[in-house]
Each structure stands twice: as structure tokens, then as C-alpha cells.
Design a protein around this ligand. Structure first.
Ligand code: DSN
Length: 422
């Protein structure tokens, strides 16, 4: 079955909302979705997310709940935990965090007192709000100190990180982020964390699927705690997990519940279990490798068209484009590309002279297009569309954007998306 998907009860009860869902399904089918933190969850994951498991309250952990009637829910959560432990090779997994930000907040709760120093990559350099950035609770309730990347290379300078860590003595160091196109050197971060006595947290939200599929080194031998969302390259539902060595299990569990959250979202736990099962299949390894191969091919094609890429390319699923040389602001480009059926997000680039709400760059990635089956042979066309879209954005050329939109839709129609087909 392909679009339109049938949602009979929803359509009967609330046709207005059903129409919006149908429109979103069509939009996701027709467009080239390049936001690197997005993906297409499978129909199985979506079905699990929409089950009666959501009717149940389950505060606590399997075998130790504050509500009765957990005969099935306990098994669901145990399954998700066991699959997470097996897939990532960790000693402990907590699958209850509602999403990435609560997961990271739970980490602070477990390992730092309010006012203590925590360290992470600065948001405009590619970090995440919850890595101690000022406007986030993590940067106001704790004392956030921030490292960046070198202006000349776009890469983390480990001498700078070490110097800062030894001077500031943070309780927690976060590595990882949201706009990092290069491999994260977990071993180098671990050495620094050991030297200054900090807990090292690897936030692998963006690359969890790549790690599961063997396309990015694993943080497991190096990090004390691993934080991840489950809906990006991992292709699961909107949710998160915290994984750790056994020695930190109690602290993590206590911080998630009762420290931060109430009842877990059992339907999400179930969908996470399904996604972890899917990620354990051999085909997921092929997927992860293809995501990276596509990103590399796309980066090469963009470089050949004169685009400036932060760090000069990519090792993973993500490309950060600095449009300064093209004299088109990131937001103008992103909005024009959206009109052309190419969905990206505007993004700061390191040392951006422009403001975060009107920055110099756009951030793109290959998880979604790879889920649809596009391969390296398509990346020249994708780069060409981006090039035409950015040029048209600068020239106010709406006709080209309309033409590109039709070309994009034609290709996308030949590559049905998981979740939008049965
Ligand atoms: N909002 C996510 C992203 O787009 O990278 C990070 O949490």
C-alpha cells in the first residue's frame, strides 16, 4: 500500500486533523528531506508508537513499579533494554528518557550539583543547547564552559580542550553535537576527562545509527555515559536512551526516575525496541555505510561546484555548508530550497559573524534520502539541485525553484519512503 495511507478512525473522528496528517505524509513523500537529524521511521516503528501501551502508567522500572498491571509493559521495557545492550555492547541501558534534552539533563542530575562546572562544545561551534550553553537550563543551573573548533580547520583542538578542562575542572564533559561533520575522537576526550577527573558523556544522538551499523567508531570503550536520541540515524521513534557502564547504572536510573521524569512513555519504549531490532539486522549495516558513502559523494559534488564546506567535507552523515562566498544568507537559501522541495535547516557556522536566527550556513545530511534507497549515483543530481536552488535564492528566481521542485518530486516518486508505504 502506498499513499494515501488510511487512518479510518482518525478520519471519522477528526477529519480536520486527519487532513493535516495526510498533507504531511504527502509532503514527506514528495520532498528531498536533507535535515540530518531527521529520518523515516518504518511502518513497524510507527505502529508500535500508536499502540494501547500508551494507556498504561509505569513509574519505576521492570519488577519495581508503583502501579499494578505491568505484566506486558515490564516485558516490553526489558526487551528494549536487552536489545540496546546487545546492539551497542553496553553494560546498562535506560530507555525511559522522553527525548535528548531530558536525557542530558538526567546526566547532570546524576553527576553534578547545581552551580558546579560542566563542559561541552559551544552551540554555535556545532554543540547542543544541553551541553552547558547559556540559554539552556544546563548553562544556567550549572556553570557551563565551552570549547569549539579551530577556525582554520573546523576541527576540535584537543590541546585547547585539555587546557580548558584542566583549568576549569568540570564535573562532566560532553563530546558530540549537532553540526559536526567529522569523526569524534572519543579516546582523546576520555584521556582528558580522566586527567581532570570528569565524567565523560558521549552524546551520539546524531550518529547512533552509524555506530550501530559500524560506520562510526563506538564510544563504548571510552565514555562513562552515552546519551542518544532514537529517531535520527537510528530510525526509531522520538525518544532517547542513556547507556553506561554498570558502575553508573544506579545513578543514571535514579536521575531519570524519580529524579526528572514520571511515567515512561511505554508506546515509545515499544517502538524503540522495534527500531533496535531493525538496527540489529544485516541490512542496517548496509544502510549505515550507505549514509556515509552518500554524504561523502554529496560533499565531493558540492565542493566541485565551489561550495565551502566546514572542515572541508564529511566523515559521517552531515555536511555544514558556509554560504558566505556565495553571498546568500543561510536562511534565504533554506527557505528557497524549501520552495524547491529540498528541506534543509539554516545553521550557524563556526565563528559565524551573523546571528543564529539569520546565520551564514545551511546544514544538510543523508539519513533520509538513504532510507529511501538513493545511492551515490544520485548525489550529483542532489548537489546540482542545491546549487541551482542557492543560485536562484540569490537571484530571486522563483521559476527555477518551481522547476527544481518538479524534478525532485519526480525522482522521489520512484523511491518510496519507509513508513509511508506498507
Ligand atoms: N534538534 C536536533 C538537531 O536537529 O540536531 C538536536 O537536538
Amino acid at each position: 500500500m502506498t499513499l494515501p495511507l488510511s487512518h479510518p478512525a482518525l478520519t471519522a473522528t477528526d477529519p480536520e486533523l486527519a487532513a493535516l496528517v495526510a498533507a504531511e505524509e504527502q509532503l514527506q513523500a514528495d520532498t528531498l528531506r536533507l535535515i540530518p537529524s531527521e529520518n523515516y521511521a518504518s511502518r513497524a516503528v510507527l505502529e508500535a508508537s500508536g499502540t494501547v501501551l500508551q494507556n498504561k502508567y509505569s513509574e519505576g522500572y521492570p519488577g519495581r513499579r508503583y502501579y499494578e498491571g505491568q505484566q506486558n509493559i515490564d516485558q516490553v521495557e526489558r526487551l528494549a533494554v536487552a536489545r540496546a545492550m546487545a546492539l551497542f555492547g553496553v553494560e546498562h541501558a535506560n530507555v525511559q528518557p522522553y527525548s535528548g534534552s531530558p536525557a542530558n539533563l538526567a546526566v547532570y542530575l546524576a553527576f553534578a550539583e547545581p552551580g558546579e562546572t560542566v563542559m561541552g562544545m559551544a552551540l554555535p561551534m556545532g554543540g547542543h543547547l544541553t551541553h552547558g550553553w547559556g540559554v539552556s537550563a544546563t548553562g544556567t543551573w550549572f556553570r557551563g564552559v565551552q570549547y569549539g573548533v579551530r577556525q582554520d580547520t573546523g576541527l576540535v583542538d584537543f590541546d585547547e580542550v585539555r587546557e580548558l578542562a584542566l583549568k576549569e575542572r568540570p564535573k562532566v564533559i560532553f563530546c558530540g553535537g549537532t553540526a559536526l561533520p567529522r569523526t569524534i575522537d572519543f579516546a582523546a576526550f576520555a584521556e582528558i576527562a580522566r586527567e581532570c577527573g570528569a565524567v565523560l558523556v558521549a552524546d551520539v544522538a546524531h550518529i547512533a545509527g552509524l555506530i550501530a551499523g559500524g560506520a562510526h567508531p563506538s564510544p563504548v570503550p571510552h565514555a562513562d555515559v552515552i546519551s542518544t536520541t532514537t529517531h535520527k540515524t537510528l530510525r526509531g521513534p522520538r525518544g532517547a536512551m542513556l547507556m553506561s557502564r554498570e558502575e553508573h547504572a544506579k545513578a543514571i536510573d535514579k536521575a531519570v526516575f524519580p529524579g526528572l521524569q514520571g511515567g515512561p512513555h511505554n508506546q515509545t519504549t515499544a517502538a524503540i525496541a522495534v527500531a533496535l531490532h531493525e538496527a540489529a539486522q544485516p541490512s542496517f549495516r548496509d544502510y549505515a555505510q550507505s549514509v556515509v558513502a552518500n554524504a561523502r559523494a554529496l560533499a565531493d559534488e558540492l565542493l566541485a561546484r565551489g561550495f565551502d564546506l566546514v572542515s572541508g567535507g564529511t566523515d559521517n552523515h552531515l555536511i555544514l555548508m558556509d554560504l558566505t562566498p556565495k553571498e546568500v544568507p543561510g536562511k534565504v537559501a533554506a527557505k528557497a530550497l524549501d520552495r524547491a522541495g529540498i528541506v534543509v535547516n539554516y545553521n550557524t557556522v563556526p565563528y559565524d559573524p551573523r546571528k543564529p536566527f539569520d546565520p551564514s550556513g545551511i546544514r544538510i545530511g543523508t539519513p533520509s534520502l538513504t532510507s529511501r534507497g538513493l545511492g551515490t549515483e544520485h548525489m550529483a543530481a542532489v548537489a546540482e539541485w542545491i546549487d541551482r536552488g542557492v543560485t536562484a535564492a540569490g537571484a530571486g528566481d522563483e521559476e527555477t525553484l518551481t522547476t527544481v521542485r518538479a524534478e525532485v518530486a519526480e525522482l522521489m516518486a520512484a523511491y518510496p519512503a519507509p513508513g509511508l508505504t506498507i
